[in-house]
Design a protein around this ligand. Sequence first.
Ligand code: HEC
Ligand code: HEC
Ligand code: HEC
Ligand code: HEC
Ligand code: HEC
Length: 224
Amino acid sequence: MERFTFPGWANRIPALILGLLTFGAGYVAVVGVYGTAPTTINVGYSPKQPIEFSHKLHAGTLKIDCRYCHNTVDHAAHAAVPPTKTCVNCHSAANPDGTVSLSAIHVKSEKLLPLHQVQASGEGIEWIKVHDLPDFAYFNHAAHVTRGVGCVSCHGRVDRMDQVYQAEPLSMSWCLDCHRNPEPHLRRDEFITVLDYVPEPGEGAAVMAEKGIQPSTNCSTCHR
Ligand code: HEC
Ligand code: HEC
Ligand code: HEC
Ligand code: HEC
Ligand code: HEC
């Protein structure tokens, strides 16, 4: 019987397969790490801000409501970051004649120097964005906070943060997990900005029924 002999080039097949496998694994790793918009899925991202503004102090200790500063969250897509004027309500610089108004808290603070400088020049403070979805994804704050989803579900315990960091992934699967099962996240309107509030048993179900909550999972809801 004649035996089949592999041609000479067949010796290179194992090397070729190995090469392809290595390339494939590398490709998967690169796409996995960089392919999913790194600035979005960035739990823990916490840029240093131009002023050391502390939520732990202002929202935690002083208990200033989130909406005093983020005053568009319940009627607009974007949650406005407060203008200099809002800070100046409590932190104005000394007057030109050297007198200090009653509402000028910590008027000599080094930390507030950048604020006092822009108060004079009228420019805004360049706060650095912490949470940032890619432009092809549509998000709307009012659609959530008027329907019973509290800030804490998406931003974590901001009232304990000296410097804000991203607490949740903001990935598509994270959005969809809640859209498929929102009940555990829903609370009564008066607790939307109360970050340490834990909903009562049955509260989510009641809010869901009363408001007729039915989050959409259609692509066009978030990609328009
Ligand atoms: C006294 C004003 C003030 C209050 C009160 C306040 N914030 Fe803020 N918030 C700011 C300022 C200023 C920034 C921008 C600087 C920074 O990120 O720290 C900010 C940033 C944020 C960010 C990050 C925004 C981004 O760039 O992605 C979140 C989230 C946030 N605040 C949530 C809250 C929540 C939740 C509350 C209520 C528990 C709250 N804030 C109360 C002033 C305030
Ligand atoms: C409703 C009043 C109020 C508003 C509005 C407010 N703050 Fe304050 N802030 C305070 C009080 C009160 C303290 C001091 C707390 C203490 O020392 O115990 C403080 C402390 C600070 C400090 C620390 C100063 C130091 O030297 O220790 C900084 C920085 C600061 N605020 C920045 C800001 C910025 C920026 C804004 C606007 C986004 C702002 N605050 C808005 C009341 C306010
Ligand atoms: C369902 C999730 C969700 C809830 C609830 C939510 N946020 Fe956000 N927030 C986001 C996302 C996502 C972004 C990033 C939006 C973007 O990049 O377009 C964001 C961004 C922000 C910003 C930066 C400005 C902006 O609009 O991009 C602030 C400030 C903020 N949120 C404050 C709040 C406060 C205060 C509350 C509660 C009253 C709240 N958020 C409730 C998900 C949420
Ligand atoms: C913790 C729960 C939760 C998370 C997380 C969440 N959503 Fe929602 N979303 C809801 C609920 C509840 C509604 C209101 C549904 C209703 O009114 O019936 C809603 C509504 C919406 C709407 C409004 C749809 C309309 O008809 O106007 C958009 C857009 C949306 N979500 C986008 C997003 C995106 C994008 C993300 C992720 C970045 C996200 N959501 C994360 C719970 C959530
Ligand atoms: C509830 C909101 C929501 C719905 C519904 C939704 N998406 Fe997304 N999608 C997002 C968000 C937010 C991102 C951005 C996440 C990121 O940067 O990784 C995204 C990212 C994507 C991406 C880019 C993937 C990547 O890794 O960058 C594609 C493709 C996509 N979505 C397709 C779809 C399709 C197809 C559907 C319908 C079956 C859909 N989405 C439904 C919120 C949604």
